[in-house]
Ligand binder design. Structure first.
Ligand SMILES: [Zn+2]
Length: 139
């Protein structure tokens, strides 16, 4: 099979993207946000929302095609500063939910570290692995 056109397309794309910023987490997040906004616009029959959606799409493409790499990198770092804690918050909630039948989770009253203990159905003394504080909970 002749895939010459594909190589030509890749080559063309590489030439277009040369010296440009390209994709990052913020651009991907903006694309996902664009899809959500457009779906909402369709669902709620609000054409004004479509304009917002296209604005988001344009921003995302502008960022990918931008030659001001340091500015785009700074934007992405700012985005990650917000996004990473949010992501880890939900990740730990999902893990706790999956383990809810085998384990219980408690916060150390002193250092606020989360401690995982096996579910026993009785009161137990817990020693915090982080600060060594002892507290009693029904596990
Ligand atoms: Zn502690």
């Amino acid at each position: 099979m002749h895939m010459k056109w594909l190589y030509k397309l890749i080559e063309w794309f590489r030439r277009v993207m040369y010296g440009r910023y390209g994709s990052d987490q913020l651009s991907v997040a903006l694309l996902i946000f664009y899809i959500i906004v457009v779906l909402f616009a369709q669902f709620l029959r609000m054409p004004a929302l479509l304009i917002v959606g296209y604005a988001i799409l344009i921003i995302s493409f502008f960022r990918m095609l931008s030659k001001n790499i340091s500015a785009r990198r700074k934007e992405n770092e700012l985005f990650l500063k917000v996004y990473r804690p949010v992501k880890s918050f939900f990740k730990t909630r999902i893990i706790r939910f999956k383990q809810r039948k085998q384990y219980r989770f408690f916060r150390c009253p002193t250092c606020k570290t989360t401690v995982r203990v096996p579910k026993l159905g009785k009161k137990i003394s817990i020693t915090c692995p982080h600060c060594g504080n002892k507290f009693t909970k029904k596990a």
